[in-house]
Design a protein around this ligand. Structure first.
Ligand code: DOR
Ligand code: ZN
Length: 352
């Protein structure tokens, strides 16, 4: 008699996740990447680093309109808009945008830190009045935490930022609610964990998967290059431990950042990993390997809304474990391809 093995189907049902840090770009790129996020996520914090950046409420209204037009019909996805903080941001315009519900947060880029950050902040004294207003009205500040001075080693940028900029800034405006974006170090984890209820931190999918060897050992891999750059393995393990804590102030912000392949595979390739397409399958695999699948919902669906003082999504999503899931290795825009992040291991969790 034939022996039949029982087929175990493992499923995981969680509140629909949100992405608390996402780059959607504009134009043809926006049209290509928006459906990738809308397929699985309920909401996303939309980064304002367009060229030119989204600085005013009026610009955020216009950008939101372009995003809505790029989304598939009948999507339940909502973009949560942000403004790009500059040294000439008008606090009244910011307050009106926040209190009307148009924006959910404001983004701080140190000038020169990353892609399209030239209009960012050089002298933090010049933005103190805006930060004070934000503290007054409860508007959160999303922070790209890197010091970019030439004399700071790129692998030390985050730790130096915490000491030199973030900690003094939080002491001088104590009521400001701050999100440390895309943390990459154990110092980032420790600082975020000790910051109390007004400090949160996002962790990307790719920083839970790669360390700096993946970028540099045995050949240079431009699709693993992002900012902040991935650090050594001990830091990745610290991030994994933080992401899998369960209820906490650590939550998912993919920093999915599409660039045309020709701009990444270049003598001076730009920073960004495109993870929108396969993030949930990757996270399920990573959490399962860590023995923490039961903490995925906290990280991807519950901790973020709790920090942002928003309700969790009502809808649920189900992931099913089975044969390896195939994702496209790239997506296509009108005039370019964008490589989808390759985690380097098979993915078994399919999003139904
Ligand atoms: O890798 C990154 N890419 N890091 C950022 O901070 C910006 C982003 C982008 O816009 O491409
Ligand atoms: Zn980003």
């Amino acid at each position: 008699m034939a022996q039949y093995k029982p087929r175990m189907t493992q499923t995981l049902t969680l509140r629909r996740p949100d992405d608390w840090h996402l780059h959607l770009r504009d134009g043809a790129m926006l049209k290509a990447v928006a459906p990738e996020t809308a397929r699985h996520f309920g909401r996303a914090i939309i980064m304002p680093n367009l060229v030119p950046p989204v600085v005013t409420g009026a610009e955020a209204i216009a950008y939101r309109g372009r995003i809505m037009a790029a989304l598939p019909e009948n999507t339940g996805f909502s973009p949560l808009m942000t403004l790009y903080l500059t040294e000439s941001t008008d606090p009244d315009d910011l307050e009106a945008a926040y209190t009307s519900g148009l924006i959910t947060a404001v983004k701080l880029y140190p000038a020169g830190a990353t892609t399209n950050s030239a209009s960012g902040v050089r002298n933090f004294d010049n933005v103190r009045p805006v930060l004070e207003r934000m503290a007054e009205i409860g508007c959160p500040l999303c922070v790209h935490g890197e010091v970019v001075d030439d004399d700071i080693d790129i692998f030390d940028r985050e730790a130096v930022f915490i000491d030199r900029v973030l900690d003094p800034l939080r002491r001088s405006v104590p009521a400001l609610r701050v999100i440390m974006e895309h943390i990459t170090t154990s110092q980032g984890v420790e600082y975020a964990a000790s910051g109390g209820p007004d400090l949160g931190a996002t962790i990307t999918t790719h920083h839970l998967v790669i360390n700096r060897n993946h970028i540099l050992a045995g050949g240079i891999r431009p699709h693993y290059y992002c900012l902040p750059v991935a650090k050594r393995e001990t830091h990745r393990l610290a991030l994994l431990e933080a992401a899998t804590r369960g209820p906490s102030n650590f939550f998912l912000g993919t920093d999915s950042a599409p660039h045309p392949d020709h701009a990444k595979e270049a003598a001076c390739g730009c920073a960004g990993c495109f993870t929108a397409t396969n993030t949930l399958s990757i996270l399920a695999e990573v959490f399962e390997k860590a023995g923490k699948l039961d903490c995925l919902e906290d990280f991807a669906s519950l901790n973020g809304p709790a920090f942002y003082r928003l309700p969790a999504n009502e809808e649920m999503v189900t992931l099913t474990k089975g044969q390896p899931v195939c994702y496209p290795d790239h997506i296509t825009t009108q005039d370019a391809t964008v490589t989808v992040f390759d985690p380097g291991f098979p993915l078994h969790w399919r999003v139904d």
